[in-house]
Ligand binder design. Structure first.
Ligand code: PLP
Length: 407
């Protein structure tokens, strides 16, 4: 395998090989170039890094532990499993790494107003949190269907002072929320920064969001070397847009012996079409600013997606994942709804950790893979978020009519 020159991609136009780029309305091009330039300057400015490091440590809660899941390892009877505990971060998921980086950038650019989209609400909560912390006006676009499914997170955003705008177009979920946020940005670009929530969209977002999440892999690499005095054999992370996965994977790209597997949402089954596994039957196309693998019909119309976890329920995957997959550097599997729910329950019972349903997709893959590996082998799985937001939905699936939440 060739060594991936990770520090030279994307290129200046935001391309990861044939993927990525800047597919946006002309009215946004100036803003995106401006953002690219400010980000490049900030990245090289020690005072920016210092402030970010300080906030990540004192406010967000970094570094997160790399926890050895002893009982789960014993139960599965194979490789040693370590969990990178992003679920312990302030607001309960990895999303705040990126939100914090971008709000500092917005401050630096002299913006006064923040907008964002959200699906399950975790990115909306993270954005509303940093906007509150820095005194920005904050507007979150959210599909009306998602607002109903994730009422708890809607309430959190409102307590944090954000205005949550219901989007009723189309499927009324994440894709439509992004469209609405982009429409807002076009009209208010001068004073507004758009905090995009995954390694998606037009350049420079996939690169910038990746960079802000790289801390996950940088810490995990250092921690496993301290504990085990060697690198892991396998890294696993769930993949919606791909931000928590690329954050974990990126610092290991040049470590040839480390396998990396991203786990997509297999939904009800691939054959039913009710899924969000872009690498199972997806095709090359353009969606919301970037060229990548996506789920579309023969006319190029974006297909409906399905997953038990709202955070994985999106038709496109981040362009950098498509690039490394072509190189054979990263691999992609999928977990079905029922497999994710099984892992959700198993890890809760065996480790006392209730994971997010998104995270549970990665855990489901681990539960199948670990027993096939040797006892001396090491897996690091990213625990991208905690499951509090999913308790009601999981209870319905797992306990059925006996759900303690049913009246
Ligand atoms: C949003 C979210 C995801 C999916 O987003 P990525 O950009 O693929 O990381 C995964 N896990 C949790 C807990 C999330 O909130």
């Amino acid at each position: 395998m060739s060594t991936i020159p990770s520090n030279t991609i994307p290129d200046a136009t935001g391309h990861f090989g044939p993927y990525g780029g800047m597919f946006v309305p002309e009215t946004l091009m100036a803003a995106l170039h401006d953002l690219t330039e400010h980000y490049a300057q900030a990245k090289d400015d020690p005072s920016f890094q210092q402030e970010l490091d300080y906030l990540l440590r004192e406010y967000v809660g970094r570094p997160t532990p790399l926890y050895f899941a002893e009982r789960w390892t014993e139960k599965l009877g194979g490789a040693k499993i370590y969990m990178k505990r992003e679920d312990l971060l302030h607001t309960g998921a990895h999303k705040i790494n990126n939100a914090m980086g971008q709000i500092l950038l917005a401050k630096r650019m002299g913006k006064s107003r923040i907008i964002a989209e959200t699906g399950a609400g975790q990115h909306g909560v993270a954005t509303a949190t940093v906007a509150a912390r820095f005194g920005f006006e904050c507007i979150i676009y959210m599909g009306a269907v998602d607002m109903e499914r994730q009422a708890l997170n809607v309430a959190r955003m409102r307590f944090l002072g954000a205005k949550v705008v219901a989007v009723t177009a189309g499927q009324a979920t994440l894709k439509e929320a992004i469209n609405e946020a982009m429409r807002d940005w076009v009209s208010n670009v001068r004073e507004t920064h758009y905090i995009l929530g995954s390694a998606l969209g037009s350049h420079p977002y996939p690169m910038m969001v990746r960079d802000f999440h790289r801390i996950i892999g940088v810490e995990a690499r250092r921690q496993i070397l301290e504990t085990e005095e060697r690198l892991p054999d396998l890294l696993v992370a769930c993949v919606g847009g791909g931000s928590n996965a690329i954050g974990l994977f990126h610092p290991f790209l040049e470590d040839e012996g480390v396998r990396m597997v991203g786990v997509e949402a297999g939904g009800e089954r691939i054959e039913t079409g009710m899924h969000a596994a872009r690498f199972q039957g997806g095709k090359l196309g353009v969606l919301q600013g970037t060229k990548t693998y996506l789920l579309a019909d023969d006319d190029g119309q974006i297909q409906l997606t399905h997953s038990v976890s709202a955070g994985l329920d999106y038709a496109a995957i981040g362009p950098e994942h498509a690039f490394y997959r072509d190189q054979g550097r990263t691999e992609y599997a999928y977990a079905l709804d029922e497999e994710a729910l099984g892992a959700f329950q198993e890890v809760s019972e065996v480790e006392g950790i209730i994971p997010a349903l998104e995270t549970a997709h990665g855990l489901a893959y681990v539960s199948k893979e670990a027993p096939k590996m040797g006892k001396g082998d090491i897996i690091v799985v990213n625990c991208s978020g905690r499951g509090d937001k999913d308790v009601e939905q999981a209870a319905k699936h797992i306990f059925g009519d006996d759900s303690p939440l049913e009246a």
